[in-house]
Design a protein around this ligand. Structure first.
Ligand code: AMP
Length: 278
């Protein structure tokens, strides 16, 4: 477990030719996070994982205070997974007194989650830029579970010429299809059962897609109906061009992605599905 100073020492001790992989997280680790670690171990010589619950990506009425914090269990999982260092920056190191500079994305951050959480991606991109500068990794790993976030980070890395490779990793799911998320802990037993409707809706859309359906509305409405039938409240369910997240036309002809957020009780879950044109 290391702070910023110890991180610099740790890095000085590494062989200079070794590739450093980096997995930024907010902790409350599960198999989804560990899959990023495994990918990082495959691609890199050394793996650093950060745990930092970033206050700047939570709105005033959101769950920063009650976000699950399970540091001891996280460190145990990471040590079993064989990571080389766990970076635990202090809030005062990430946001020193007088901090006043933020990353602003002008386009891709506006829709989907950005529409409903307007503060969110500014906070995410700012902390990711900071962490990338602090860690100085060669490759950084993000889950496609947070698809818009992954695309925005990749965009920022290109836009700012940050010397790091951004690798997106597939979503890890429970056996019934629910995407793993630290926020699944908030669900009651009943809500947990209802939340399966997200992945079953996405799977129905995938079946339609494979059968040749290309109409945006048809793909979207099968998902909305499935979630609503299970008492979920759809916040958004949209289809977009997978390369730039521009809204999909009425009929899809390029690789696309379905992005959605839905509430079960008070808990907001997100998920997505990539649709590939063959
Ligand atoms: P978080 O701790 O929620 O900020 O997530 C840290 C990283 O883990 C992000 O890159 C997420 O996209 C990724 N992640 C979270 N859940 C999953 C999952 N179910 N499958 C794959 N990656 C995930």
């Amino acid at each position: 477990m290391i702070s910023v100073k110890e991180l610099q020492q740790f890095k000085r001790g590494l062989a200079s030719e070794g590739k450093i992989g980096f997995v930024p997280t907010m902790g409350a680790l599960h198999e989804g996070h560990l899959s990023l670690v495994q990918q990082a171990k495959k691609n890199c010589d050394h793996v650093i994982v950060s745990i930092f619950v970033n206050p700047k990506q939570f709105g005033p009425s959101e769950d920063f205070a009650r976000y699950p914090r399970t540091l001891d269990a996280d460190c145990q999982l990471l040590s079993q997974a064989g990571v080389d260092a766990v970076f635990l920056p202090l809030a005062g190191e990430v946001y020193p007194e007088g901090f006043q500079t933020f990353v602003v994305n002008s386009d891709m951050s506006r829709g989907f989650c950005g529409e409903f959480r307007p503060h969110f991606f500014g906070g995410v991109l700012t902390v990711v830029l900071k962490l990338l500068n602090m860690v100085g990794a060669n490759e950084v790993f993000f889950g496609k579970k947070d698809y818009q976030q992954y695309k925005l980070v990749a965009r920022m890395v290109d836009d700012f010429s940050i010397p790091v490779i951004v690798t997106g990793c597939p979503t890890v799911r429970e056996s019934d299809g629910l995407a793993l998320s630290s926020r699944n802990k908030y669900l009651t037993e009943e809500e947990r059962a209802q939340a399966v409707s997200i992945s079953s809706g996405l799977n129905k859309a995938l079946a339609l897609w494979k059968a040749g359906e290309r109409k945006t509305l048809a793909l979207k409405s099968v998902i909305e109906k499935t979630i609503e039938a299970a008492s979920g409240r759809v916040e958004y369910c949209e289809l977009a061009d997978a390369s730039n997240l521009l809204p999909a036309p009425e009929k899809i002809s390029t690789n696309a992605v379905i992005l959605l957020a839905a509430y079960f009780g008070q808990t907001r879950l997100i998920d997505n599905l990539e649709l590939t044109v063959v």
